[in-house]
Design a protein around this ligand. Sequence first.
Ligand code: HEC
Ligand code: HEC
Ligand code: HEC
Ligand code: HEC
Ligand code: HEC
Length: 234
Amino acid sequence: MSLIFPKWLNLLPTAAAIGGLLGFTGVVGGFWYYATPKFFKVGYMPKQPGGGFNHQIHAGKLGLDCRYCHTKVEKSAEANIPNVATCYGCHADNRLAKLATSETHKERTQFVREAYAQNTSIEWRRVHKVPDYVRNFPHNIHINAGVSCYSCHGQITAMPVVFEAQPLSMSWCLDCHRNPESQVVPRDKVTQLQWVQEEFARRSAAGDNGVAEGKKLLDAVQANPPQNCGACHY
Ligand code: HEC
Ligand code: HEC
Ligand code: HEC
Ligand code: HEC
Ligand code: HEC
């Protein structure tokens, strides 16, 4: 604490003044914390219930589309996490034999059947979160403009456990809003993360980084990423 509250603070005449300064220190501390998101957040990977949910298996190997589970992601601001029934559709007792016969598979997926039987939800720990004062982050609008999950969440189809791949900081949002062209793909490729990764590699090898192509796609949907404070904070 001695670093945050210098000694001269003790000499201030009234408690009210100290109260004011404490508030100010909170603001500075908050700013300090939030202004260094790369340090605090990239790589964030909380421990998940059960053995966790493996995107590498489900979205990679099995090739399930993101929207099979994140059903609302292109229609609403928030991307939803699927409920147990979605998992149970494949992991019910009577389906076990069809999936994988090994005992380990049975054990590893047991928490799904337990949650379903008890009619409870699995308490997944949230990985990506912008602070509450960022009031507006619409998934649907980004996806409809042709911004892929890959640009913001990384190569999810290769992640046994999801972690935060991008800083989600204000400068990160604004960097793309100023020059979105290179990050835009055709609308129907948005959830094909493998395709997008290869496309970006191709673009960076090709020279202009896909800027001309992206500009055409953005013009077609009249996309106009905002930079005014109110758009994200109102
Ligand atoms: C079979 C269902 C399923 C499919 C398919 C699926 N996901 Fe998920 N996803 C989940 C579940 C369950 C969670 C919550 C557990 C976790 O965070 O690992 C989750 C979590 C996430 C998260 C982290 C959410 C947070 O807490 O911040 C992201 C990002 C994500 N998925 C993206 C994708 C993308 C991109 C695809 C397509 C390539 C995809 N998912 C396909 C079920 C699925
Ligand atoms: C479309 C069918 C399908 C859906 C939906 C599905 N799974 Fe799976 N899941 C599979 C198959 C198939 C395997 C076995 C893959 C393998 O072993 O290669 C598997 C494997 C698993 C495993 C074992 C992974 C490991 O590390 O060995 C877990 C745990 C699991 N699923 C949990 C879930 C959860 C939680 C959900 C819901 C969010 C879900 N699954 C939704 C088909 C599905
Ligand atoms: C432009 C960047 C961007 C794109 C594109 C994007 N996301 Fe997100 N995603 C975010 C941010 C930022 C958050 C945290 C939002 C918040 O805190 O309200 C998030 C949160 C999530 C969550 C957690 C939601 C929750 O309530 O726990 C899931 C799941 C998710 N995204 C899935 C996807 C999927 C699937 C796609 C592609 C179809 C996608 N996202 C595309 C930036 C993006
Ligand atoms: C990879 C590029 C990219 C990133 C990263 C990104 N955006 Fe965007 N964003 C866009 C594009 C492109 C549009 C324009 C969509 C349109 O006008 O149709 C947009 C539009 C928006 C809009 C306007 C929605 C509306 O109603 O027109 C908001 C708000 C927004 N973004 C918030 C954010 C926030 C907050 C972040 C960071 C957490 C973020 N964006 C990160 C590309 C990005
Ligand atoms: C494209 C969306 C977007 C726009 C536009 C935007 N912000 Fe932010 N802002 C964010 C996000 C996201 C964060 C949270 C960063 C984090 O979690 O570290 C943030 C954080 C902040 C913070 C906290 C400190 C910091 O730097 O992280 C302040 C203060 C702030 N914004 C002020 C502004 C002002 C003033 C403007 C207009 C000049 C503005 N913002 C425009 C998205 C935006």
